[in-house]
Design a protein around this ligand. Sequence first.
Ligand SMILES: [Zn+2]
Length: 237
Amino acid sequence: MPTPIKKVLISDTLSPAAIAIFRERGIQADLRPELGKDKEALAAAIGEYDGLAVRSTTRVTAALLEKAGRLAVPGARIGDVLADLAQERAGPRLPVPPEIRLEVDIAAGERIDSGVLRRIADPVPVSCPHCGGVLSEVRGSKPLRFRCQVGHAYTAEAAAKAQEGAVDEAMRVALRIVGERAELVARMAADARANGRGAVAEMYEARAAEYRDYADTLRRAVLGAVAPFGGDGEPEA
Ligand SMILES: [Zn+2]
């Protein structure tokens, strides 16, 4: 959320209507058009303002912005600021950190082996949602990130999302199998009953009831009554 603007410096002549707009919104607007032509005086004054309103006299430069700790760059002047910055001489080339170099190599399709991966990450007992390989947690990464040995990369959030689909699918398969099992055992119970094997029929009936309970639990889970992970589900933030 942007910080609220409380105090604006107007360094060019601006119509009283524009100034009134600031004041109507409870913003202190200081009209000081003499500063628009005086680079030094403007630089000295800018530090205490949250906003700078200009038309064409004031030149907003990168040097001026360095003095303006609280200022957001006015949209119309961003072009000037970028032009100033682009004309500055670039500093010495910085060495590329090895972990960035490695990330680039992986992104370019380089196959990494477990030795290389171990330098940047620790294996965790979680499978890669894409290929099923072992995932490794990248050390010190924010947000939490994982890589598999092939090079698939996941943030924790993306991996959790991908897993969610697999959990849903597995639960649907389990529901179908348990439902069919309840059906089969119920038929076996009916058959035993029809053939006068009461004790066997009872045993199958009890088992069929058990499977129907399992199926109900799974059905509720599949329908979202139970969160796919975290057990009883986390409250929404
Ligand atoms: Zn993978």
